[in-house]
Design a protein around this ligand. Structure first.
Ligand SMILES: CC(C)(COP(=O)(O)OP(=O)(O)OC[C@H]1O[C@@H](n2cnc3c(N)ncnc32)[C@H](O)[C@@H]1OP(=O)(O)O)[C@@H](O)C(=O)NCCC(=O)NCCS
Length: 169
């Protein structure tokens, strides 16, 4: 399998239909949308490099295999911001670290833009994020489905919760 590198979605606008189809397949109920085309219209706003909203893609050879975004708004019931959203890896590239690579890159990008705290919501990947230093903030309901709102304080030293070295003795 080709090495996976993380790039800006802004460099690859041609992949918006592919990513929209992934999101439609995975989250259409939670997004409250009717079609992948409707999602694509929203994704066009992510073609930004150094401000939020923005998105990253995981690229293997010539192919897009995953994505993640930073957004200013997520859902109305919850006023905090900004949000990490849309973390997705294609099934054939899962369980080889691409999800973590994308998450790490998005957190780093947020730090570089001066963000101190990020939020996300997830219907089912709470344990994945907890393993990477995210904490549960609140349980909520979105379009009649339970979701977990999570948060992470982003300081360069705790991006991946590496425990500080301790003096022995
Ligand atoms: C969640 C997702 C992004 C993980 O991508 P990935 O490339 O497989 O992740 P990594 O290889 O970096 O990490 C895999 C680890 O995460 C764990 N993991 C993956 N999905 C998980 C989930 N839903 N809940 C708990 N743990 C999960 C795996 O078990 C694995 O752990 P292990 O290394 O101890 O076996 C991917 O499964 C995906 O796109 N799922 C569909 C969309 C989704 O659920 N997005 C999350 C936000 S809602």
């Amino acid at each position: 399998m080709a090495d996976v590198v993380i790039r800006e979605l802004a460099d690859f606008p041609q992949w918006i239909p592919t990513i929209s189809a992934w999101y439609h397949g995975e989250w259409r109920d939670l997004l409250g949308v009717n079609s992948a085309e409707e999602i694509a219209q929203g994704l066009a706003k992510w073609l930004v490099r150094d401000a939020i909203p923005t998105a990253l893609v995981a690229v293997a050879g010539e192919e897009v295999v995953g994505t993640v975004a930073l957004k200013t708004r997520e859902f109305e019931q919850f006023g905090e911001a900004p949000w990490l959203a849309g973390l997705f890896v294609v099934p054939q590239h899962r369980k080889s670290g691409v999800g973590m690579q994308l998450l790490r890159a998005a957190e780093k990008k947020a730090v570089a833009m001066g963000v101190h705290k990020l939020y996300l919501y997830t219907p089912c990947a709470q344990r994945f994020y907890q393993a990477l230093g995210w904490q549960v903030k609140q349980e909520m309901t979105l379009y009649a489905k339970p979701v977990t709102v999570m948060e992470k304080v982003l300081q360069p030293h705790n991006l991946f919760q590496t425990p500080p070295a301790r003096a022995r003795g």
